[in-house]
Ligand binder design. Structure first.
Ligand SMILES: [Zn+2]
Length: 695
């Protein structure tokens, strides 16, 4: 669980977007018009003082910024996260360009970074190569003669492209997705997780919703499929496109809805290889697993069993030719962004414009940086962290983390409803928590990843195979609890529930989130609440199901569990009342885990800040008290301006609530009422008994 939504699929990220994307298809992140750092502490120039804090705290904290900010034409959204993402991007490209000039030794990470970046930047070579790099793959698809060979081809597409727990990434256009993770019951060893897949659009709603916007998107999608097939020289592209859309719609019907995906109890299904044939007939599973390199794997965790049954049945019932078209289109679509301009433009017209509402493609160099960050992320990160993350910043961030963990521990102790036994279990979880700050202690080894000059398709193809094979080789081996799941140059943070670990990358530990020159009130309000958020994920609606050894085990008394669930039910109801658009409410169930983390995270950060003052008064700055600065800094984390299409997509697919509603979390904190004199009658006012306190 992370603080902010990253893109979904590695390949899609490569093709359409790059780093710092809100969701699968929204392309943004660029030279920022976002809040400039003009002073240390809260950004007073962003406030709209004409708004009463108790009526709309988001507008009060961000209103003037929202008024003067325009979304650049090549983005779906803009905000603090994207502004910092731009900075990380600029630093990264400068670093890559240096490496490109340095003529590093063949086979070194430096050389791989330069070659990968340049292979994407060399548009001339891409035009010249045309579809040639894909031809052998397209021919292999065309040569499929029967369903057995189809099963083999489907198995060959399996990649490590989903991550249900750390990065809440449930989307893969391949038939199924693979994740290497610690086992639910044996968290000491890595096991194989399999997830539903097979659709290109973000989730099943896009295929099944009857709203005019969705049906319009589907027509555009069908036209896009036809256009891609036509460009690749397929006969009857329209008829094929209609068959592909029908097939994906049938797959979508078999899928579990987005708001049930984070239910780990439902996801905890251990299947032996023979169970697949019995419980999900229709696909030749031995053939599939053989091709996927999983013939010897003795057991799998199947995240959505009903989807596996449904999808396997479709392999049997739907015509071979339709499946072959589906395979060919998915290949073109996944690599569309690195194909000649005609393909890349067609793909952007649908993915960027129609789906993401973004009028213009980002500059090529930024997309190139995105690609390098995906496939050689830690190779870049190692240099990045050395250059941009000082030992002093690391020490200060570690101290904040320690203070907030201690505050969380005290909050657990103070809960009057919780049994001492449950409290002891919760505190044991805090004791075993590993907190990574800045960068990993051990770096990934890229020796086996072969990068060639002027071969962007091959570089990405080999990159995804490299990642997948590395994961296969680790099945059954001992879990490294210190392993990171984010690169240092990522503006984000993450909780890894099966490792009981947190990662705070170097790139988020900088202004405006973290500023050594700023008052502690704003540092705790900004990065502190993010730290608190990630700690709280260990105790959110899903995290609370894992124990101090990261096993899926119920450590709650029935009574305590009931109390906890009552609080979370009330939080679902609170978020269900918010509306992104008159016809589109927030899904309180989909966003529950993130909202719990926000509620508990702000409370723990506030306590941690107070304790750090050691009884001294907090300095007033810009006329605001320490408490006021703390809450304003929190709300300014979430200042963001999305396009309508991007926001709609976020509400439907993203487990994070939109920024505006994340800032309203303060309604649940008593100290916020005192700080801004919020009274009954103010629009955000909640009577004390309606404020939700989870931890
Ligand atoms: Zn989160």
């Amino acid at each position: 669980m992370h603080i902010f939504k990253l893109s979904k699929s590695r390949l899609l990220r490569v093709a359409g977007c790059a780093v710092f994307v809100l969701s699968t298809f929204s392309a943004f992140a660029q030279e920022a018009a976002a809040p400039a750092q003009v002073n240390h502490g809260i950004q007073v120039q962003n406030l709209d003082r004409s708004v009463k804090p108790g009526d709309d705290f988001y507008e009060f904290a961000n209103g003037d910024w929202l008024k003067r900010t325009e979304i650049p034409p090549d983005r779906g959204s803009i905000g603090v996260f994207t502004a910092l993402g731009d900075l990380a991007n600029k630093r990264t490209v400068a670093l890559i360009e240096e490496l490109a000039k340095s003529n590093a030794a063949a086979g070194s990470n430096q050389r791989k970074i330069a070659d990968l970046y340049n292979s994407y930047m060399n548009e001339e070579a891409i035009e010249k190569n045309g579809l040639a790099p894909l031809r052998p793959h397209l021919k292999a698809i065309a040569d499929i003669k029967d369903k057995k060979q189809l099963a083999r081809a489907l198995g060959e597409t399996l990649r490590a492209d989903v991550d249900p727990l750390n990065n809440t990434n449930f989307h893969t256009p391949n038939l199924f997705g693979f994740w290497l993770g610690p086992g639910f019951s044996d968290s000491e060893h890595y096991t194989a997780y399999l997830l539903q897949g097979g659709i290109v659009l973000p989730n099943r709603e896009y295929y099944l919703s009857e709203s005019p916007r969705m049906s319009d998107l589907r027509s555009k999608y069908q036209a896009h499929i036809a256009a891609m097939l036509k460009l690749a020289g397929f006969s009857n592209p329209e008829a094929r496109a209609s068959g592909i859309l029908e097939l994906e719609t049938a797959i979508a019907k078999a899928h579990l809805p987005a708001d049930q995906n984070d239910d780990v109890i439902k996801a905890n299904n251990t299947w032996k290889p023979s169970d697949f044939t019995a419980k999900a007939p229709g696909l030749d599973w031995p053939e599939f697993f053989g091709a996927a390199g999983l013939a010897k794997q003795a057991q799998f965790t199947v995240w959505q069993p009903t989807a596996f049954a449904g999808e396997a049945a479709l392999v049997a019932s739907q015509p071979l030719e339709t499946w072959k078209d589906w395979l060919a289109f998915h290949l073109l679509e996944q690599y569309g962004g690195i194909l000649p301009k005609a393909f890349a433009d067609e793909r952007f017209n649908f993915v960027g414009k129609a789906l993401g509402g973004t009028p213009q493609q980002r500059p090529r160099w930024q997309r190139g940086v995105g690609i390098v960050n995906v496939w050689l992320g830690e190779a870049v990160g190692q240099i990045y962290a050395q250059r941009y993350f000082s030992p002093k910043a690391k020490a200060e961030a570690q101290e904040m983390v320690a203070n907030i963990i201690e505050a969380f521990r005290k909050r657990v102790d103070a809960l009057d409803w919780m049994d001492p036994k449950t409290k002891a279990e919760a505190k044991a979880k805090l004791d075993t928590l590993y907190v990574g700050v800045g960068y990993p202690e051990k770096w990934k080894d890229y020796t086996a990843y072969q990068v060639k000059p002027d071969d962007i398709f091959g570089n990405l193809w080999r990159g995804s195979l490299f990642e997948y094979r590395q994961d296969l080789a680790r099945l059954g081996t001992k879990v490294d609890k210190h392993e990171w799941s984010m690169t240092p140059q990522t503006v984000n943070a993450v909780n890894l529930p099966l490792q009981n670990a947190l990662n705070f990358p170097a790139a988020i530990l900088q202004p405006p989130f973290f500023d050594a020159e700023a008052p502690s009130a704003t540092n705790y309000g900004a990065i502190g609440t993010i730290i608190g958020h990630e700690i709280s994920h260990s105790f959110d609606s899903a995290g609370a199901l894992f124990d101090s050894k990261s096993r899926l085990r119920n450590w709650w008394t029935d009574e305590d569990k009931k109390h906890f669930e009552e609080s979370t039910t009330r939080l679902v109801a609170q978020y269900n009342t918010y509306k992104a658009f008159p016809d589109l409410p927030i899904n309180g169930r989909l966003t529950l885990a993130e909202n719990v983390a926000d509620v508990a995270g702000v409370a723990a950060a506030y306590d941690g800040w107070k304790a750090s003052l050691k009884g001294k008064p907090a300095p007033v700055q810009h006329g605001f008290t320490g408490d006021q600065q703390f809450f304003i800094a929190y709300a300014q984390n979430w200042g963001s301006k999305p396009r309508e299409a991007a926001l709609r997509q976020q509400v439907l697919t993203d487990p994070h609530s939109p920024g505006q509603f994340r800032s309203y979390e303060v309604r649940n904190i008593d100290e916020w009422y005192a700080a801004f004199d919020v009274k009954p009658g103010d629009k955000l006012y909640l009577a004390p008994e309606h404020r939700v306190r989870v931890w």
